[in-house]
Design a protein around this ligand. Structure first.
Ligand code: NAD
Length: 416
């Protein structure tokens, strides 16, 4: 059993590299991040005490372009997790062919325990601490779990103060009023459903009436569930940290979205035919499509054998372990991997950055059309490549990504 999250990433990298017969020297480069920064962040709390938080920024690769990846504020943030997430970003950007490398950052903190002013001071100190290694042409952070558009606005302000010039392109996922992009918030969930649509089209299966379960009802899960509902699927179960809702006849997703917007969680929603279901039960439901869109490590060795879905489309990062992959493959379950399925988020971020650099802003329709084109093209590249070599979509996606990154390393030549 592979242990840490970074070990999970390495397991996938190793498997794909072996099939590719990758140069061992290039493998050694890809197996370690280019740069990691660990920093202690002193913050004066509202009561006058000084607290010190641990912050991180890891740049896994800049071979194909500036590093790109979110900032997570959570208590389990650690170097191992940041390294794993940074590496995933490298593969994700390569799979969809956007000109970025991979990075990730975070602060070990429970943001819900801080006042708004404390959170702002922590964010500004973090931006100041990592400012020497980031920038619109070096490394562009974005929101991730525990961070949001408001925090990105504070971050951009702090970086702009350090460099002495307004610099909206240093970070994406900003409020629209500060240069954020229309359609960015929905981009990940939308991308999940573009890959789902394309998967069903190559299989010749209609989405009409297809049963679907979605784990997680945040930015990714709620948008994916809404689009699935709009495509005519029967979304029979959804869940979040407060628990799950189940109705074999199909849930009224727009009504649950409205409830979640008013109450922050789905708990408390009721309607005829709706019963409670646990997160673990949701994963094992007899549905055709399962969309894990909450946390990592949800489908693992101990429950993989009980998964009944025919198709899994990974909205979350790392929801399936390397061991579970093998079990799912044996059962014939088709899994659209995270580095492809949820790459709509970073693609939306790329659009925001392009608009910031050009100071020229697009309509939401333009954003959505470009997103659809990129995600659909990436899906077919991965599908065709994997089918030709009789590989899982995950291994195929990794191989395509590794090929693109190693080609860039070779073409640039090793410095000096
Ligand atoms: P979010 O914070 O908006 O939502 C997370 C959801 O998961 C919430 O509904 C929360 O209640 C639920 N959740 C938390 N703990 C849970 C638990 N123990 N059991 C069940 N549900 C639980 O986050 P998000 O942006 O929707 O991200 C979800 C996943 O998608 C993460 O893995 C994230 O890394 C990944 N992802 C997000 C984006 C993006 O653009 N937001 C892009 C790529 C990947």
């Amino acid at each position: 059993m592979a242990g840490s999250q970074y070990e999970q990433v390495l397991a996938r990298l190793r498997e794909a590299s072996e099939i590719l017969k990758l140069d061992p020297g290039i493998y050694k480069i890809l197996a370690e991040p280019e740069r990691t920064l660990e920093t202690s962040l002193p913050v004066v709390m509202d009561d006058g005490r000084i607290e010190v938080f641990q912050g991180y920024r890891c740049q896994h690769s800049t071979a194909r372009g500036p590093a790109k990846g979110g900032v997570r504020f959570a208590l389990d943030v650690c170097l191992d997790e940041v390294k794993a997430l940074a590496s995933w970003m490298t593969w994700k950007c390569a799979v969809v062919g956007i000109p970025y490398g991979g990075a990730k950052g975070g602060v070990c903190v429970d943001p819900t325990k801080l006042s708004k002013n404390e959170l702002m001071r922590l964010t500004k100190r973090y931006a100041y601490a990592i400012a020497p290694i980031i920038g619109p042409e070096k490394d562009i952070p974005a929101p991730d779990m525990g961070t949001n558009a408001e925090i990105m606005g504070w971050f951009m302000d702090s970086y702009s103060a350090v460099v002495g010039t307004l610099s909206p392109g240093v970070v994406t996922g900003k409020p629209i009023s500060l240069g954020g992009s229309l359609g960015r918030r929905e981009a990940t969930g939308r991308g999940v459903m573009v890959t789902t649509r394309e998967l069903l089209s190559v299989l010749g299966v209609s989405p009409q009436g297809m049963t679907c379960a979605v784990q997680g009802f945040g930015n990714v899960g709620s948008v994916a569930a809404e689009i699935a509902h709009g495509m005519g699927m029967k979304v029979v179960a959804v869940s979040d940290i407060s628990g799950g809702l189940y109705n074999p006849a199909g849930l009224d997703i727009p009504a649950i979205v409205k409830h979640a917007a008013e109450h922050t969680v789905i708990a408390g929603y009721s309607a005829p035919g709706v019963t409670a279901i646990s997160n673990a039960e949701l994963l094992e439901l007899d549905v055709e499509l399962l969309i894990p869109a909450a946390l990592q490590s949800q489908i693992v060795e101990s429950n993989a054998d009980r998964i009944k879905a025919k198709y899994i489309v990974e909205g979350a990062n790392g929801p399936t372990s390397a061991e579970a992959d093998k079990i799912l493959e044996k059962k014939g379950i088709i899994c659209v991997p995270d580095i492809l399925a949820n790459a709509g988020g970073v693609t939306g971020s790329y659009f925001e950055w392009v608009q910031n650099l050009q100071n020229f802003y697009w309509t939401e329709t333009e954003v959505n059309t470009r997103l659809d084109n990129i995600m659909a093209k990436a899906f077919h590249e991965v599908w065709d490549f994997s089918k030709k070599l009789n590989l899982s979509l995950r291994t195929g996606a990794y191989m395509l990504a590794i090929n693109k990154v190693s080609e860039a390393i070779r073409m640039r030549g090793i410095y000096p």
